[in-house]
Design a protein around this ligand. Structure first.
Ligand code: GRF
Length: 233
């Protein structure tokens, strides 16, 4: 009988309910409205991932209020407050490391990140971009695509490297808009794609389902049995 009690106590002590730390701690970097941040807060946050920090390059970015409304720690790292980009990047990385982030998600973050930041999160920084990369990297992607006269638009989620929107592609989704003329119309069509693709990529990363193809490290392999979410709330 004594043995049984011992076993039961041991099992009781070894059982741990799921904790926050069982979810992937992620940080989100923003500069503006924060609809992509909101999509993350409404889907993967508290499930596959835990948003542990939201940092903005713009002090008054509305995105910060979205984070605060969910009790997520926020901070602003404005370029003007630092001697140069390297100093700003180091301060930003220090804060995210302190908060325990293991994946950094750029969701409308309008600044480039240098090696002093990227080296702190190797292969763990991702970005959402409103074009089918490698077409139309950088600022004004939708305007660039319209000026070029494309008929298929789209969204890319990719790893971030030291270049401009040049890292390995994780997920892409396209939409045909053969008559599009207006950037707002294209943006409205791309928004739902962004808001489902970014959480999908975070969930895949959190599940350990992303890996580089040994034959071509630029080609990100997604584990065959990985369940791709479809942006459900
Ligand atoms: C999105 O269109 C994203 O693709 C681009 O910046 C925009 C951010 O929008 N990088 P929001 O702040 O998430 O609403």
């Amino acid at each position: 009988m004594g043995d049984w009690v011992g076993v039961v106590c041991e099992v009781a002590h070894s059982y741990r309910p799921p904790r926050v730390s069982d979810r992937l701690p992620i940080a989100v970097l923003v500069s503006g409205t924060g609809t992509n941040l909101q999509a993350l807060l409404d889907t993967v946050h508290g499930r596959e991932a835990e948003v542990v920090a939201v940092a903005s390059s713009v002090v008054e970015a509305p995105a910060l209020e979205r984070a605060q409304a969910r009790g997520v720690a926020t901070a602003a790292f404005a370029r003007g407050d630092y001697a140069d980009r390297g100093e700003r990047d180091r301060a930003l990385a220090d804060w995210l490391v302190e908060r325990g982030a293991r994946l950094v998600v750029l969701a409308g973050y309008m600044e480039l990140l240098g090696a002093s930041f990227l080296d702190r999160f190797p292969a763990a920084v991702i970005n959402v971009h409103p074009s089918l990369l490698p077409a139309f990297p950088g600022l004004g992607a939708i305007e660039q695509a319209l000026a070029y006269g494309v008929k298929v638009f789209g969204v890319t989620v990719h790893f971030v490297d030291a270049g401009v929107d040049s890292g390995a592609i994780i997920l892409q989704r396209a939409v045909e808009l053969p008559d599009a003329r207006d950037p707002d119309e294209v943006l409205a069509a791309l928004r739902p794609l962004e808001h489902s693709l970014l959480p999908e990529a975070v969930a895949l990363f959190a599940a350990g389902s992303l890996g580089a193809d040994p034959d071509n490290p630029r080609r990100i392999a997604i584990r065959a049995d990985a369940a791709i979410r479809s942006g459900e709330g």
